[in-house]
Design a protein around this ligand. Structure first.
Ligand SMILES: [Zn+2]
Length: 408
């Protein structure tokens, strides 16, 4: 752990050094030779097209221009824009390393440029919420409905286990739609549960399994991670397209390809794991999660379940949950759940500690890898990223984002 952190710091320092070296030695050196080299593209013998360039070097130049188009473009860019390429490359590495963070509980390291606030602004804004409410208007059950009361009770028991990481603005909507077996939580905390999935939940532990999973997506800020990945994919695709297609038309195709690759399996697994610990911590029997997923599997055979179209069952969910079960049962037993009135008052369980410690660890990580410069510019590029994401129209709808019913 410490070794890795040191490694990161060295890496970032090294990349900073590379950047400053290139910028120092190239544009500010004033020897005639340097000047001549620097201004050559604008002087008499142009480097481009290739025949003139070779002639200008008098044939003594060993550098040959390739006839293969992408290689030729790479050569052209490298010979004319080396400084720019190296600066962007080094900047990209610093940017990437600086924005690595660890997911609470599972400690997976991932790239994320969105703060929880920015994530909420992008995919969980009041506008988005209004749109969702509008979509299900007339089907939202009243607060005094028995099903709403159950869902509310479960959310209230689960939330203390998240240490405030899952959102700060909770509202619960139960949609009367027996044909939809799904549930999702918007970034920030707007809960949507469809009555179709409540039928499979059967009991409160089943509801806790589903909501534990959905709220765990928020705890791990999977939406932020997904949008970050999309922006990264577009930047990468743009870079690649420089070598293959000046028009940049290819970059969209590459980005689409990158984005269509299955990447949510890790997030699903993580949500299952965190959700299981959450429900145990909230004194719901974690063994009931296995029972719930078995009911889901059975229901899947009868009908094409919407929940499973967005929550891929490509990995063996039940097997994984059984592996985590001893850990969850430890939590469950540790809480002395027979005194159920204790559950909400005592947030000091192992999961709570683990989750609450996590933000500090992030901060330490950031500070160790970063400079004050990066901290200064972070709000700017986060805003830029939000704007870019909006402009490119690549944002998942809240439903997609929290593994809702529209995602592919
Ligand atoms: Zn999910």
């Amino acid at each position: 752990m410490i070794a890795f952190r040191v490694g990161l710091r060295t890496a970032s320092r090294a990349t900073f050094r590379t950047t400053s070296n290139t910028t120092r030695s190239r544009p500010f050196s004033n020897t005639p030779l340097e000047q001549a080299r620097r201004y050559r593209p604008f002087d008499s013998p142009p480097q481009y097209p290739r025949i003139t360039a070779e002639a200008a070097d008098g044939g003594a130049q060993q550098q040959k221009w390739s006839r293969i188009a992408p290689v030729y473009r790479a050569q052209y860019i490298w010979r004319n824009y080396r400084g720019v390429v190296m600066t962007f490359g080094a900047g990209g590495v610093v940017f990437y390393v600086y924005n690595l963070e660890k997911v609470p509980v599972t400690n997976r390291r991932r790239f994320n440029i969105f703060s929880p606030e920015a994530e909420k602004e992008v995919a969980g804004s009041s506008n988005e919420y209004k749109q969702q409410l509008e979509e299900y208007r007339g089907k939202i059950l009243p607060p005094n409905h028995q099903k709403v009361k159950i869902v509310t009770r479960v959310v209230n028991r689960l939330l203390p286990t998240t240490g405030g990481l899952a959102g700060d603005d909770w509202e619960i909507n139960v949609i009367d739609a027996p044909e939809i077996q799904n549930a999702f939580v918007m970034p920030g905390g707007k809960v949507f549960v469809f009555t179709g999935i409540l039928a499979i939940c059967q009991n409160e532990d089943g509801v806790a399994t589903v909501l534990g999973h959905e709220i765990a997506h928020n705890v791990a800020h999977h939406v932020a991670e997904r949008i970050s990945g999309q922006i990264w994919a577009y930047a990468f695709a743009f870079g690649v397209s420089l070598f293959f297609d000046w028009s940049g038309g290819l970059s969209n195709q590459i980005a689409q390809l990158l984005l269509s690759l299955p990447n949510s399996r890790t997030q699903e697994e993580e949500a299952d794991h965190i959700g299981l610990l959450m429900m145990a911590e909230a004194c719901y029997d974690p063994r009931q999660a296995v029972a719930f997923w078995e009911r889901m599997a059975k229901a899947e055979k009868v009908t094409q379940l919407e929940f499973l179209s967005t929550h891929p069952s490509t990995y063996n969910r039940i097997d994984h949950i059984k592996q985590w079960l001893p850990q969850a049962l430890d939590r469950y037993n540790e809480k002395d759940c027979s005194i159920t009135s204790q559950y909400a008052k005592d947030f000091t369980g192992a999961l709570g500690r683990q989750i609450q410690e996590a933000p500090d660890e992030f901060a330490a990580e950031f500070n160790s890898v970063t400079s004050s410069l990066m901290q200064t510019i972070r709000p700017f590029y986060t805003n830029l990223a939000v704007t870019t994401a909006r402009f490119m129209n690549i944002l998942p709808s809240p439903a997609d984002a929290t593994s809702g019913r529209k995602a592919g």
